[in-house]
Ligand binder design. Sequence first.
Ligand SMILES: CC(C)(COP(=O)(O)OP(=O)(O)OC[C@H]1O[C@@H](n2cnc3c(N)ncnc32)[C@H](O)[C@@H]1OP(=O)(O)O)[C@@H](O)C(=O)NCCC(=O)NCCS
Length: 215
Amino acid sequence: MLRIHVRNERPEDRRAVEELTKKAFWNVNVPGCDEHYLVHVLREHADFVPALDLVAEADGRLIGNLMAAKGRLLDEAGESREVLSFGPLSVHPAYQRRGVGKRLLAEGFRRAEALGFDAIVIFGNPDNYTARGFESCLKHRIYVGDHIYPAAMLVKELKPGALRDGVERQYVESAAYHYLPADAEAFDRDFEPMEKGWAPTQEMFYILRHSTLRE
Ligand SMILES: CC(C)(COP(=O)(O)OP(=O)(O)OC[C@H]1O[C@@H](n2cnc3c(N)ncnc32)[C@H](O)[C@@H]1OP(=O)(O)O)[C@@H](O)C(=O)NCCC(=O)NCCS
């Protein structure tokens, strides 16, 4: 069994985390990936939560990373409350499906709760998250834009019932997750080249990205 150790990211881990993020996401959602650049800029943003910047180690190397940032939930009465967003979550391809992602999420939940957050929003393939307690945003009445409920937007309550009061809320993602693709492309030039190509996961990503829910 893999002995996994989870701890906070240290400044000297940064490059290794970016390299493993590139390897984890390469060709998964689209040909190539930008997530290693996202990780790089996220760390510098005011909404980034350093206490939830976690790495997983095993076999004496860095094999996983979870990052988080603060977002907002706005209700129609104009009230705003803070919510936590998880992502990116990366596990080195050689270590996937061995419980590393599960461990990073479990530690992230524990620490997020200790920091006083009552819910987490994530965009991802529900297959990866429903077993970890994430539920459809529709159940929690959390939407984006003009009452759009994305199939890939999932919510986990850390305090049971925190968002089950029937109030509709708009999720406003932190600008920390927004970047220029050209900047990501330039940043990637400093990394070991990998070949862009097609993978069936890209079709799943496309389907999920364009799927919305309604009752
Ligand atoms: C998605 C990702 C983070 C998951 O991390 P992981 O370490 O591979 O996942 P885990 O081993 O913790 O397992 C998660 C689930 O995978 C499945 N799984 C685990 N081991 C498995 C195995 N040997 N065979 C088949 N499925 C397995 C299970 O459903 C498991 O949940 P369960 O333990 O409740 O049954 C990782 O695969 C990854 O980095 N992928 C590429 C980047 C990405 O897509 N990130 C997420 C963006 S939203």
